[in-house]
Design a protein around this ligand. Structure first.
Ligand code: TYD
Length: 393
């Protein structure tokens, strides 16, 4: 039975950065999260149609951050060294930040967002502008043969029909092939009270416990788990077909499962306790921002992230508390944030001496931002975060 444990209220499409003209017919849906007591999977209670989220105006560009560029280059090199694949498929190739580490005849990309698919096509990479399913898996085999490696970052957790996802993966992978995918870690989310990882695109938030169950039902077995710092804590899962006996199971699989069991992630209580912490986080953030505002401080938000969309809409934070958001992504600038309608401007324009406090919407880039913004910090500017609890840094 699926039990709801968190209600984040009415929320917009996180990628729907708005112009003034869009305000009258903004789409909102009810964002709440449930735990399946049988499969241990954590998912949204209501899913948003993929075409509404992943389309030709998709804003997120993975290559915009140095942290992500480095992470993708590192895993691409590691895959080449460890597995020496002749053919690789990436599912959800975004702006090509991973595939550009491969020769054009070594890799095939799949990316349903038309604007992004067009970018990698222009770079000379074979890119299928479709959603992942068994039909496209068959088409890819027909055109390219079976794959030695399938890699996917921050994409599989976006897909409602997980059974279909792994069925299609079974079709496209060689029998001795390896599936490598990474998504935000539910363990880190719970421990950090980073409830902002819940938004329209994250149909599921994976625990290793739940993945083991889902994968085994599709004849896959996890043989290694890597804990990553990206996206505020992610797990990189390595899986093989159950029929392949030549790959040893690494102890990281059992270690991660045990860590999650110790945190009681197989039981409803872990989720109910988390929901209590989320309420406290909301109250603390509102009271901190309101107090600072009363003292006449100027507060902005740093990074127009999808995550901060959840926070601002759940906590009902608007321009009364946050003057504007700065973001380096050109196609977010000049727009309004989804739901909360806070103006987004470039850091060059907005991250200046007038700012007293900056809420870290992009808290997952904490290190990169601290290294970059020494001038702001040196002149007494302060960052605010809600992770793992609300505080001024
Ligand atoms: P991202 O990490 O993709 O988070 P989410 O998945 O929640 O959207 O987004 C980070 C955003 O922060 C992206 O729009 C770029 C922006 N950003 C800055 O504006 N300045 C920075 O120094 C960094 C690192 C990111």
């Amino acid at each position: 039975m699926i039990k709801k444990f968190l209600d984040l209220g009415r929320q917009p499409i996180t990628n729907a950065y708005l112009t003034e003209n869009d305000l009258s017919d903004e789409f909102l849906f009810h964002l709440s999260v449930g735990f399946d007591e049988e499969t241990k999977l954590v998912s949204l209670m209501e899913f948003v149609k993929p075409q509404m989220m992943f389309n030709d105006t998709y804003a997120h560009r993975a290559s915009m951050s140095a942290t992500m560029r480095e992470s993708f280059t590192e895993i691409a090199l590691s895959i080449k060294q460890q597995f020496k694949p002749a053919k690789v498929l990436e599912i959800g190739s975004n702006d090509g930040v991973f595939i550009k580490n491969f020769n054009k005849d070594e890799i095939v990309a799949l990316e349903p967002c038309g604007n992004l698919a067009e970018m990698t096509k222009q770079m000379g990479y074979e890119t299928y502008p479709y959603f992942w399913n068994t039909e496209i898996a068959k088409k890819i085999i027909k055109n390219h043969g079976k794959m030695d490696i399938v890699y996917s970052a921050n994409t599989l957790c976006h897909i409602e029909d997980l059974k279909g996802v792994f069925e299609a993966l079974n079709i496209v992978l060689n029998d001795s092939g390896v599936l490598i995918f990474e998504d935000p870690s539910l363990y880190d989310l719970l421990r950090n009270t980073s409830y902002d990882q819940f938004y329209d695109e994250h149909a599921h938030l994976f625990s290793v416990i739940a993945l083991k169950d889902i994968l085994s039902k599709s004849n896959f077995e996890i043989f290694k788990v890597e804990n990553l710092a990206t996206h505020g804590g992610s797990n990189r899962i390595y899986a093989k077909k159950t029929s392949t006996h030549s790959i040893k199971i690494d102890k990281s699989v059992e270690q991660n499962i045990q860590k999650e069991l110790d945190f009681e992630m197989d039981k409803m209580t872990a989720y109910d306790n988390f929901a209590q912490r989320v309420k406290t986080s909301k109250d603390d953030l509102i009271s901190l921002l309101t107090g600072l505002k009363r003292q006449g401080k100027k507060i902005i938000s740093y990074g127009a992230t999808y995550k901060s969309t959840t926070i601002f809409n759940y906590c009902r934070i608007g321009t009364d508390l946050i003057d504007y958001i700065t973001d380096t992504t050109p196609n977010k600038q000049g727009k309004l944030s989804p739901g909360s309608h806070i103006p987004i401007i470039s850091p060059e324009e907005g991250f200046n001496d007038s700012v007293d406090y900056a809420f870290l919407g992009a808290w997952n880039f904490y290190k990169e931002i601290m290294n970059k913004e020494t001038e702001f910090i040196n002149r007494g500017g302060k960052f605010i975060t809600h992770v793992p609890h609300v505080k001024v840094l």
